[in-house]
Design a protein around this ligand. Structure first.
Ligand code: OKP
Ligand code: ZN
Length: 346
């Protein structure tokens, strides 16, 4: 499969996050993309650098003031941190219910809270550059498919994107690459695009971006938000709103769900995508459904990722895969490439 990768991902390398009351090394690390890159090379897949600028599409997916904040956040943080490169900004205050989020404060910490859904998504000096490269990869992949030579492509990028909403970051995500890809397909003339999110965590950002629209169907299989991140979205009764009514499908599964039940849900997801008549598919490819994932509870084995790819191939829709989660880093490459090769086997 033709894949997109850039070493710029490594410019986003925050050192630690909070986990159960402790400072722990970031689960979402540069090593993840390195393992994927190595496996793509080893198994003979073509690797290209992203070359198409996603700026116009980003403006359709994210709010201007959020993009402006992200692009300048590190420079602004330097004023508060005294330029100490090891200090990471974390939000400490949020505009919850009854507080105003329509006015952007001048204070940096206040802005950081306004544009964050959690304190688990540290910004780094190169966050903007790395995230922008991921959005450029998504745009490049769709452009490649639009040229008509190939019917699938994969973006081996990080940080992930599916938790990033119209105007907020969260869950290790800053720019919503899957939404950028969907928007790019529309721009190329598709009338109906499906996003299928198979990451362990509900893609709340993608859902929110398209919640009131019928041109992009969003379908997600994920750990039940009653117990799993992102907790505040991803329930089965979220079906879309206004013109988007009926164009959002959530298939939450209890923590610990075995692989057989996961594949049953995948069938339901695929049937909905077929009934929608999607002309293009964006797959938010999280591999944290793997049994050995350190922060997730599903039970997929390496061979199940081949089977996932094979099932998606049966949809017979031009498909762009974008990398989301997956934190058993050493197995991430082989699990991801298994999906791609399963897809190519059809
Ligand atoms: C991102 B993706 C608190 C730990 C919570 C949030 C999980 C984000 C998963 N520091 N982490 O969907 O794989
Ligand atoms: Zn995830």
């Amino acid at each position: 499969m033709i894949t997109f990768f850039s070493t710029q991902h490594a410019l986003h390398a925050p050192v630690w996050e909070f986990y159960r009351g402790q400072r722990v090394p970031c689960f979402e690390s540069p090593a993840r993309a390195q393992f994927v890159h190595a496996e793509l090379l080893a198994r003979g897949h073509a690797i290209r650098a992203p070359e198409v600028d996603s700026t116009p599409l980003l403006a359709q997916v994210h709010a201007p003031r959020y993009l402006a904040f992200l692009a300048s956040a590190w420079a602004e943080w330097q004023g508060l941190s005294g330029g100490q490169a090891t200090l990471q900004p974390f939000p400490s205050v949020w505009p919850v219910r009854s507080l105003r989020s329509d006015v952007e404060p001048a204070n940096f910490t206040a802005k950081l809270g306004l544009y964050s859904m959690d304190n688990g998504t540290p910004l780094d000096a190169g966050t903007w550059a790395a995230a922008k490269e991921g959005a450029d990869a998504a745009t490049s992949a769709v452009d490649l498919l639009a040229q008509g030579q190939v019917r699938s492509a994969f973006c081996a990028t990080r940080p992930p994107g599916h938790h990033a909403g119209p105007d907020f970051m969260g869950g290790y995500c800053f720019l919503n690459n899957a939404a950028v890809a969907a928007q790019a397909f529309l721009q190329q003339g598709c009338e109906r695009v499906a996003v299928l999110d198979v990451d362990y965590h509900h893609g709340n950002g993608t859902q929110s971006i398209f919640y009131r629209r019928s041109d992009v169907l969003v379908v997600s299989l994920h750990g039940d938000p009653q117990t799993e991140y992102p907790f505040y979205l991803g329930h089965a009764d979220e079906t879309g709103e206004g013109p988007g009514q009926g164009f959002n499908l959530n298939l939450p599964l209890a923590a610990g769900t075995p692989a057989a039940a996961w594949f049953d849900a995948l069938d339901l997801a695929c049937e909905r995508i077929t009934r929608f008549g999607a002309q293009a598919l964006v797959v938010s490819l999280g591999l944290d459904t793997y049994a050995e994932d350190p922060i997730s509870t599903f039970a997929l084995q390496p061979e199940d990722f081949l089977r996932l790819g094979q099932r998606l191939a049966r949809l017979k829709i031009p498909s762009v895969f974008v990398l989301e989660g997956g934190y058993a880093a050493a197995a991430l490459g082989s699990n991801a490439v298994n999906v791609l090769e399963g897809f190519e086997q059809g």
